[in-house]
Design a protein around this ligand. Structure first.
Ligand code: GDP
Length: 408
């Protein structure tokens, strides 16, 4: 099946340790793959969740171990890329940030912005990774997502805006008010998979209006169409989403979602935020250095007909041999292709090509530009660039940022 590149997202989950990154990753896989059965084990906060059978255990293993896992959300393809968040500018962090196009910044609703949140945010800023925020653990005693929003502004200098308000907090968290649709969203059923849309509870209407106004005032900065329509009270959801997207991609706005990964609340809405507001691979400007031209920077084109340029960003020793995860920046990558490793100055043939889904490893024949795939049995080092068509480019450089294309 051909992948529509505009419907692809390469995202990372950046978080302070213990804010729920692992739980959230599992839930993303869960919702995307409708995997059943969750049972509780006691974790640090008195709660915790582990998926309940061998298959789900394996799932958990893959979540943690795979450098990139592909899931489908609605008709979008999302590659969830593992990002080591706790260390600052190491080459490993640099490489994983290099392959992301967008990120979910996860925070704890009680702990808020902590020292590691500052570290991961600094990393995202340095590589110009647009982000949405998810305030997790809103079921905990002392949860205060609005306070976390203020901290995002004050401590991280982010232009953070609530996309939602909580309906109930702590153990009474039921759902959210969606400030775009001005409807209440309840996540029901044991695993929160049943979504019920209803009118906003009366006691929240005034607050919802206030925060919506704040959001629309901010979003209007990015769209004249929205600004005009908003003045006339004729704004549409599409206009609002488009304006927020533009602000987010330009790193001038950070939409804030909230919920509880553990209680299965808010994740689907956050995933909608991922596909609505974070960039597709064609919207991100990626630069390689031309080694034949004195390392002259070249802007790559996320086009399948261009010569291949791909970065091997992570090596893994798997059961069946060495796996090399690659991000394809330009051109495609097919079984049988001959590629050139520009560091080792060696040609090699693409043999077995696979993709990591949540529970399985799938053999594929081709990877499209923007995608992340894994190669078997390629002798290389992490950070090597693979080129086709006689190109001699190097992707990896601490000094080449990843700016999002100017959308104005
Ligand atoms: P990580 O270190 O960021 O990967 O965090 P984990 O996902 O391992 O979660 C750390 C602890 O917080 C575990 O005990 C989880 O069960 C718990 N946790 C994760 N999400 C939530 C949540 O939404 N609410 C509550 N109360 N606890 C959570």
């Amino acid at each position: 099946m051909a992948i529509d590149i505009s419907k692809m997202r390469n995202i990372g989950i950046s978080a302070h340790i213990d804010s729920g990154k692992t739980t959230l990753s599992e839930r993303i896989l869960f919702y995307c793959n409708k995997i059943h059965a969750i049972h509780e084990v006691r974790g640090k906060d008195g709660v915790g969740a582990v998926m309940d059978n061998m298959e789900l255990e394996r799932e958990r293993g893959i979540t943690i171990q795979s450098a990139s896992t592909q899931v489908q959300w609605k008709d979008y393809t999302v590659n969830v890329i593992d990002t080591p968040g706790h260390v600052d500018f190491t080459i490993e962090v640099e490489r994983s940030l290099r392959v992301l196009d967008g990120a979910i910044l996860v925070l704890c609703s009680v702990g808020g912005v902590q020292s590691q949140s500052i570290t991961v945010d600094r990393q995202l800023k340095r590589y110009h990774v647009p982000r949405i925020a998810f305030v997790n653990k809103c079921d905990r005693t002392g949860a205060n997502p609005l306070k976390v929003r203020m901290q995002l502004r004050e401590k991280l200098g982010l232009n953070a805006y609530m996309m939602q308000l909580p309906i109930g907090l702590e153990d009474k968290l039921e759902g959210v008010v969606d400030l775009v649709t001005m409807k209440a969203v309840y996540y029901e059923g044991e695993s929160g998979t049943e979504i019920r849309i209803a009118e906003i509870p009366a006691h929240l209407v005034a607050d919802a209006k206030k925060y919506r106004e704040e959001l629309l005032d901010a979003a209007s900065m990015f769209s004249d169409e929205l600004a005009e329509a908003y003045l006339e009270g004729a704004e549409t959801e599409e206009m609002i989403h488009a304006a927020i997207r533009k602000g987010t991609l330009g790193e001038q706005l950070v939409p804030v979602f909230l919920g509880s990964a553990y209680k299965n609340k808010g994740i689907q809405s956050m995933l909608d935020g991922v596909i609505r507001y974070l960039p597709d691979p064609t919207e991100v400007k990626n630069v390689a250095l031309d080694l034949d031209k004195n390392e002259e920077p070249v802007v790559l084109s996320c086009n399948e007909n261009a010569p291949t340029v791909a970065l091997g960003f992570k090596l893994e020793d798997g059961k069946y041999g060495q796996l090399t995860y690659v991000r394809i920046y330009q051109g495609s990558l097919k079984k049988g292709d001959e590629l050139y490793n520009t560091r080792a100055r060696k040609k090699f043939k693409v043999g077995r090509l696979v993709r990591m889904n949540s529970a399985t490893m799938e053999d594929i024949n081709e990877g499209v530009p923007g995608d992340i795939v894994a190669l078997f049995g390629v002798e290389c080092a992490s950070g090597d660039t693979f080129c086709g068509g006689g190109l001699n480019y190097a992707m990896s450089s601490m000094f080449v940022p990843n700016p999002v294309i100017d959308l104005s």
